[in-house]
Design a protein around this ligand. Sequence first.
Ligand code: PMP
Length: 458
Amino acid sequence: MMRNSLAHTDLNCLLHPQTDPAALVAQGPLILESGDGVFVTDSSGRSYLEGMSSLWCASLGFNEPRLARAAADQISRLGTYHTFNRRSNPAVIELAERLLALSPMPDGKALFANSGSEAVDTMIKLAWLYHSGRGAPERRKIISRRRAYHGSTVLGATLSGLPSMRGAFAWPDPGVIFAEAPHFYTCAEAGESEEAFVDRLVAEVAALIAAEGAGSIAAMIAEPVMGAGGVIIPPSGYFPKLAELLREKGILLLSDEVICGFGRTGEWFGCQTFGFRPDMMSVAKALSSGYQPIGATLLTAEIHDVVSAEASRLGVLGHGFTYAGHPVTSAVALETLKIYEEMDLLAQVRARAPAFLDHINALAGHPLVGEARAVGLIGAVELVADRATRRPFASEAGIGARLVTLALDQGLIVRNLGDAIAICPPLIVTTAELELLFNRLRQALDALALETAASQVE
Ligand code: PMP
């Protein structure tokens, strides 16, 4: 098929997720054909530094040969099988063992899925099963947070604190309660210290619990760093205090580690960076470096004991996906974890993180940047109309989206979450590549500053 006819066929045949259909018709699709390390090349031969690891997942870049071999080897042995009715396979067994050993719940269990959304849905089901096993089936409500992202299934949309995700899709009156996002820059009151901000947020959660009745609430779900909500990094103290409150009230704490898992924040998991012990965790994305669709729910031994006894009482764990524990996806994820350990992933992230932070902080002085934030190798710059008052741009101005287009012109892929520009490069990024990434980002920001000054965008 000819290249421009590929674009034509795309427009004729595909409905794209998280895309404005009218903008797609106007601009056409960006067709990526190949990758090399942290770079990808489009169908016209243009190369881009991929500053978002695809969707926060390609930690090993875009063409790791060991992952290609792992998939091919497994397909030539056993190309597919399920894990219902006691069935298992060597790849998923070895993967579960390695994954648990890395995790903060080494005595726990792993239940596999095909995506982050499915891992989150599973985690909520297991929270309900747990409470039912403890004789409290009326504990059904879930606490989520404004700006949260927990996936794209109906339950994911219902847990989401993002208007674009909820819109037509959130289940009506679902029993989801929303707490404030821990974003000091946008949510703190005038003159409030970080510590007072944390105390206020935790007191608000306590008040929500009191209003709803603790005995009606199953769990609180939280991303350690909120990803799609704008790369929101919580102040220290937030999670430890929240965890203490929830434990007192018998409410489970579920850590959605779909973005933070596997070294992104400088520890294996975000809950370790932010100092709390969850009852369950959802993981996906970097578990296979994004090369295969896989997710997993990890549960502590204590939760497992209760849910397995309850499932036996009911006759079966009435849950499962055809491809959960798939031998090929498991083999690729297993090889990914082996590579992480062999390359000493955490040491690599920690070695690059100070330069990453310096580059981000250097952008904090830019006239369009209100806040620059980072932890490990994930960060964002928040574009504002007025730095002194922190006044945002009008959302109709589409400033964040414009910056993304200008960055593409510079050969850089980043993503706008409203007017927060997210940066989440592959974890194999070198110091020189980080320098290139931030040079290109600065050029895009300078171009945007000229445009906004010329048109006096507010
Ligand atoms: N949870 C979080 C925190 C996520 O960031 C995402 C995806 N960006 C999901 C869940 C859903 O994962 P998936 O798209 O693999 O279903």
